[in-house]
Design a protein around this ligand. Sequence first.
Ligand code: PMT
Length: 398
Amino acid sequence: MKLQGKKILICISGGIAAYKINYLIRDFIKKGAEVQVLMTPSAEQFVSKLTLSTLSKNPVYSDFYSENGTWNNHVKLALWADVILMAPCTANTLSKMVHGMCDNLVLATYMSAKCPVFIAPAMDLDMYQHPSTKLNLELAEDFGHHLIPAEDGELASGLSGVGRMAEPETISQIIEDFFNSNRNLEGKTVLITAGPTYEAIDPVRFIGNHSSGKMGFSLAEEAANRGAKVIMISGPSSEKTNHQNIEVHRVTSAKEMFAKVFEYYENADIAIASAAVADYAPKEIAQEKIKKNDDSLTIELVKNPDILKTMGERKTKQFLVGFALETQNEEENAKGKLQKKNLDMIVLNSLRDEGAGFKGTTNKIKILTKSTITEFPLKSKEHVAKDILNFVEDQILK
Ligand code: PMT
């Protein structure tokens, strides 16, 4: 059974989608999970405790004390769970969760938990789109919680749009995938570079590029989910992670990235260079802001150290993955970099492919080794990260 022995704590808050939790519990139990249900007081108006308790084979609690006077220990409940699922999660409960309010058993249990938390929001479309809800969902993701996005469809209000809770089968599959996720990188250290570098011209200006860091952070999250210890060295990027397996080091220039990389490279088992490192930097950094006195300005640039090439030269046990961002003669250039930088594989993305490369949430890649070229369709950067790490695993585990 796919969820055999897994302990799932479901916290229901007061929304019409609460009735769907009956189906979800039945599915979890069929898959072998142990299920404990908690409800907010208002959730009791939407679904019966008797039904939930019969299906989950456990008493259902909605208050700190049961009618017979026994204390429902929120800390014990939280520590019992392998995962907590907040479903349906109303705008009110979501807001309380991310702002530390703790005025019912569900919230006290949530705040005592150390396990992963999944959130399946459900609300009317305008509530779902309200800036405060968007902000609260972002905060929840920043806390490292897993969001199961609401779906598009008919809503209880009669309106139609995004806001209805994901279907029980979808939620069940996400939880199942979480437990059955691949842990092939357990015990490995993965070093990842990400983002752009900024090369200062004067105190207010720099030479940079459009890299957002998304590709690198997606790789870091995926490697960490597979059990790796990840050392993330990122240039200026607004991307964040709270994954406990990821250690983030922020740098600004190529020289700083170079120095940080070689603090950690020796112990890395896998190194992935997804950063868009500036090839050149101003020879001199002006101490004061450069004034616009003349019609033209010449800034002399000097070559930056090639971090990846140096990694190739210093390679001992590391499986080394480079990236190539090209605009022409893509495969030929990527092959050249594979060879010149002593790489085990290179990920090619071309700015000629729509949706590939910088900034956006998608990428389209080819992976080249010394003897193969494998092409992938346009995918989200999260999925591209999975493809890249699947490929790495195939190479190192074969
Ligand atoms: O950050 P995103 O917005 O998600 O965008 C992702 C990305 C487009 C930046 C990413 O997918 C990517 O292609 N990264 C590499 C960009 C790049 O600089 O490519 P390049 O072909 O110029 O460099 C080749 C390789 O050498 C890269 O692995 C690069 O990290 C490395 N390099 C380059 C120069 C240098 N001085 N030191 C290096 O280590």
